[in-house]
Design a protein. Sequence first.
Length: 218
Amino acid sequence: MVVRRRDIAALLGPLALAALVHAASAGATSDTTQFAVNAGSLSFSTNPHVPTLPTLTLNGQAQTLNAQMNNFSVIDATGSGSGWNVTVQGDSSASHSAVFKQYCPSATCGTDTGPGYITGGATLAANSLTLASTGASFTAQNGTTGTAPAHQCASACNVDSGTAVKIVSAASGAGMGTYATSSWSGTSLALTAPTTIKVLQTNEVYHLDLVWSLNSGP
């Protein structure tokens, strides 16, 4: 039998291809990679801040002053998944007032001297200011995924309280990354003004100091 060259080439083709594949893989080597994770911190990205409330005009009736709560944001870069919470309370430390109290913002206000709280000045009762989170939500920021924290004030929470009141809570495994509050209603803040509230001297206001705390754990 006569075998032509092209027939030999056809027979050798698969063998030649196998030899090339073997030659190509002869230089392969194993490889690995890895990375470490360092913990960041738990912090406010934007601090909570209650806006100035509207001016009250007396009309002989109990009144409610409303305002919209400002948005704030929290960064949980701890990587712990422990959750976190935000609380608020009146600040009773030196030169501060945990309730709305008569305050002179300038050097003089009528016959009063400032700036500062007026000794023996008029006050409102504790728990006069409330925050309601009905309609409010959280927006994930900077590529954050996972479970968002939850507002805690569907029933209005006291803001000017003598003890800490929980406003927001992130459950275990939730709130990791950056979350910002959003969609506060125009009546989310409500101040109850009684008929017994007193008019103050020129330029004086009812002033309040608050402490917002960001704590680890739900």
